[in-house]
Design a protein around this ligand. Structure first.
Ligand code: NAD
Ligand code: UGA
Length: 459
């Protein structure tokens, strides 16, 4: 029985290994983490992350061929293939602070592998990494004095949160990069053999190491760039009377452009888009390509602008002050169907509203615990509400931050009755039926579309 180990039991390692275990019953999969609480949660009825469909897969495989363990040395010793799926956040200190990837967790993992390995292994980069990281990993691994040989493979993960299980079960592509040597090709084939259990061969792409590492950064950059492009145009729509949804629907009908990832919003969030683009920006600067770095940095700047613009629009609509006014924040997760709030645009919006001395009541179906942690310093002055109707009671405005479909089913007539008047609704996701809300009595402010208000036009 082949033994696979995954180091890092987070949003990627957890679901990815569950699906591999499910589809490859003859492999024994172990997932380890330095965070013992996280491992305990993976072994409990309350998994550490919320992801639709995840629980069923974990329950099918756990303690069959899927094991969550704290025994890092023993698991490294036994493994034939080691996936490394540790976090690679933006560096907050020293050279490259604010842009470069912080590779300390990755390096510590590589050093643990050197320390405990007793035979040759394939080490797979699952984490998102700067191009040419495999070279550094290889140097650390081959510094061993046990004469062990390691093959480094890059196998970046493209799953999106909220649809992780569906993405893993039916990926557009699986990318596997390796050295262009006979041993490298053999290692690529071994990793490809895992995915071949359920992914059609034509969707498994093999490349050299550096192309694979760089493709991951580029894929995220291109996706985020689409969102920033559309959000930049949403600002122009608000000035000109064009409707962003009509513009993107018509533009997206061009098969060269395509309809996906063109939804205007309060801005992209999530743990990766910003960090991966900044990493790309850093790399371009490092290689002396300042114009290329500036080009990509603009995607992040536009995203920050969109959140600031949203709050500026709120202030302007609400008579230039929100001080002492209660504002209900509907949704705190960075997107629907996840409890993850990392880099959620809701954080920036809430902080700006707090700076304006607004009183906040936050509701989210899955992300309230994370919201409490993110806004720990402001806890006493924020209400965290399990019930959306408590959040909106006596509120002057609603700011909708996350595209949870359950928000569409709220009783907005009841909500309107509970709120102060005039009642404002700022839809940061263009999720709701704006005409219907306007008919109830709300003053509605979408993104990139004309506001629907009951105020007489100014002279
Ligand atoms: P995460 O923070 O949820 O999980 C990483 C885990 O690694 C943590 O539980 C941490 O305790 C553990 N860890 C850190 N150092 C360790 C060590 N030395 N030994 C053992 N465990 C260690 O992160 P994530 O969201 O799963 O992301 C992991 C990587 O995958 C990142 O590089 C990210 O960019 C990439 N990625 C993330 C997503 C996503 O949707 N979250 C998608 C694709 C790729
Ligand atoms: C993204 C990529 O889609 C994954 O392929 C990648 O693996 C992952 O990053 C990663 O490397 O971490 P994720 O961040 O989980 O996945 O979610 P997305 O669906 O990409 O959404 C990102 C953000 O963009 C969310 O805040 C979402 O609301 C926003 N978005 C997305 C828009 O504002 N408009 C859109 O049209 C699409």
């Amino acid at each position: 029985m082949k033994k696979i180990l995954c180091i890092g039991a987070g949003y990627v390692g957890g679901p990815t290994m569950a699906v591999i275990a499910d589809r490859c019953p003859e492999y024994r999969i172990t997932v380890v983490d330095i965070n013992e609480k996280r491992i305990a949660a993976w072994n409990s009825d309350h998994l550490p992350i919320y992801e639709p469909g995840l629980e069923a897969v974990v329950k099918r495989c756990r303690n069959r061929n899927l094991f969550y363990s704290n025994d890092i040395p023993g698991s490294i010793r036994e493994a034939d293939i080691i996936f490394v799926s540790v976090n690679t956040p933006t560096k907050t200190f020293g050279a490259g602070a604010g842009k470069a990837a912080d590779l300390q967790y990755l390096e510590k993992t590589a050093r643990s592998i050197v320390e405990y390995a007793e035979n040759d292994k394939i080490v797979v980069e699952k984490s998102t990494l700067p191009v040419r990281t495999a070279q550094a990993i290889s140097r650390i691994l081959h510094s061993n004095t046990k004469n062990l040989k390691f093959q480094i493979i890059s196998n970046p993960e493209f799953l999106a949160e909220g649809t992780a299980i569906a993405d893993l079960e039916n990926p557009d592509r699986v990318l596997i990069g390796g050295m262009e040597t006979p041993e490298g090709k053999k290692a690529i084939a071994e990793v490809a053999a895992i995915y071949e259990h359920w992914v059609p061969r034509e969707r498994i792409i093999t490349t050299n190491l550096w192309s694979s590492e760089l493709t991951k950064l580029v894929s995220n950059a291109l996706l985020a760039q689409r969102v920033s492009s559309v959000n930049s145009i949403s600002a122009l729509c608000e000035k000109t009377g064009a409707n962003i949804s009509e513009v993107t629907a018509a533009a997206g009908r061009d098969s060269r452009i395509g309809p996906k990832f063109l939804t205007a919003s309060i801005g992209f969030g999530g743990s990766c888009f910003k960090k991966d683009i900044l990493n790309l920006v850093y790399l371009c600067g490092y290689y002396g390509l300042q114009e290329v770095a500036d080009y990509w940095e603009q995607v992040v700047k536009m995203n920050d602008f969109q959140a600031r613009r949203f709050v500026a629009n709120m202030l302007a609509a609400m008579f230039n002050t929100v001080a002492d006014k209660k504002i209900a924040i509907l949704g705190f997760a960075f997107k629907a169907d996840t409890g993850d709030t990392r880099e959620s645009p809701a954080i920036a919006v809430c902080r700006q509203l707090l700076d304006e001395h607004a009183k906040l009541a936050i509701h989210d179906p899955k992300a309230l615990d994370n919201a409490r942690t993110d806004l720990e310093d402001a806890r006493g002055i924020i209400d965290f509400c399990e019930d959306p109707y408590d959040a909106v009671k006596n509120a002057h405005a609603i700011a909708l931050m996350t595209d949870w479909s359950c928000f569409r089913r709220l009783d907005f007539r009841r909500i309107f009755d509970l709120m102060e008047k005039p009642a404002f609704l700022f839809d940061g996701r263009n999720l709701l039926d704006h005409e219907a809300l306007y008919r109830i009595g709300f003053n509605v402010y979408p993104i990139g579309r004309k506001a629907l208000t009951h105020f007489p036009a100014a002279n």
